[in-house]
Design a protein around this ligand. Structure first.
Ligand code: BTN
Length: 264
């Protein structure tokens, strides 16, 4: 009953379990939940292992970054991966880089179209958003207990009026792959990148990410948490995936999660 209230659903309609390299992946498929992030958190708190994945056909209260609503009707790919990396809080940003790179490579390889990534993790086609990523966490004494990597890909879902101008689906770009094919491929690329991360090969991931970057070397504006607005050139990504911005006066800012706007 409590689970029903918290997540909008009780039972998965399908469970798939398989190995990717040496990692056991278990995917729980649900018809409708309020947010896969909520259900994944319950699983994570019950000590379900890494690579427990919650997929929903639709979400009634999908969440986006910075407290935004995320429209998640039928036909999209909405899922959350539970990860338990041994990292401290500063490294969480890196998972934006890793996850968006996994999505971009999947779209490139499965659909044959090269997307761009707007820092930190929006995947774009024709300048419109095809995928958004929300990373939530549980922290204890500056160390991560688990991460919830929430990924939403517009596949063949109907785009709400509000986002019609700024979002795009893979079908609109002629990609005919199924949700399952995209999901399985994405998980295998994600696992590969995550294993590079575990072997301390962050720079390999960063270099790959840069080849998809829409933001680097562009002029950007950022509304900082303290109300300050900065404007300058996005000059680099640091080893944790934070964005370095150089203002005209030479000041350099490091941005970790705020929204970046591209300006002319
Ligand atoms: C954003 O761009 O603002 C992030 C969107 C993240 C959407 C995904 S869909 C699966 C997971 N569950 C949610 O409620 N949100 C994320």
């Amino acid at each position: 009953m409590v689970l029903l209230m918290l997540t909008g659903n009780t039972n998965p309609y399908n469970i798939k379990s398989f190995k990717v390299n040496d990692k056991r992946v278990t995917i729980y498929f649900y018809r409708s939940v309020n947010s896969t992030q909520n259900l994944a958190r319950i699983f994570a708190e019950k000590n379900y292992p890494e690579y427990t994945i919650i997929v929903a056909d639709e979400m009634t209260r999908g969440r986006g970054r910075l407290n935004r609503k995320w429209y998640a009707g039928k036909g999209g790919i909405w899922f959350t991966i539970i990860l338990r990396p041994k990292i401290n809080v500063e490294e969480i940003t890196f998972f934006n880089i890793l996850s968006s790179l996994a999505v971009a490579k999947t779209i490139e390889n499965i659909c044959g179209i090269k997307p761009c990534i707007k820092w930190p993790n929006d995947v774009l086609l024709d300048n419109k958003k095809v995928c958004g990523i929300l990373i939530e966490s549980s922290i204890k004494e500056n160390m991560v207990r688990y991460l919830l990597i929430g990924i939403g890909i517009n596949l063949e879902n109907k785009l709400n009026e509000e986002i019609r101008e700024t979002a795009i689906t893979l079908r609109e770009k002629g990609c005919i792959a199924s949700r399952e094919k995209i999901l399985i491929y994405l998980i295998s690329i994600f696992e590969k990148l995550y294993s590079f991360f575990e072997k301390n090969k962050k720079s390999y991931i960063l270099e790959n990410w840069k080849s998809f970057s829409y933001t680097l070397n562009k002029k950007v504006r950022v509304f900082l948490n303290n109300g300050e607005i900065i404007e300058g050139k996005a000059i680099a990504i640091d080893i944790n995936g934070a964005l370095k911005i150089r203002e005209k006066n030479g000041n350099i800012y490091t941005v970790t999660y705020e929204e970046v706007y591209h300006v002319r």
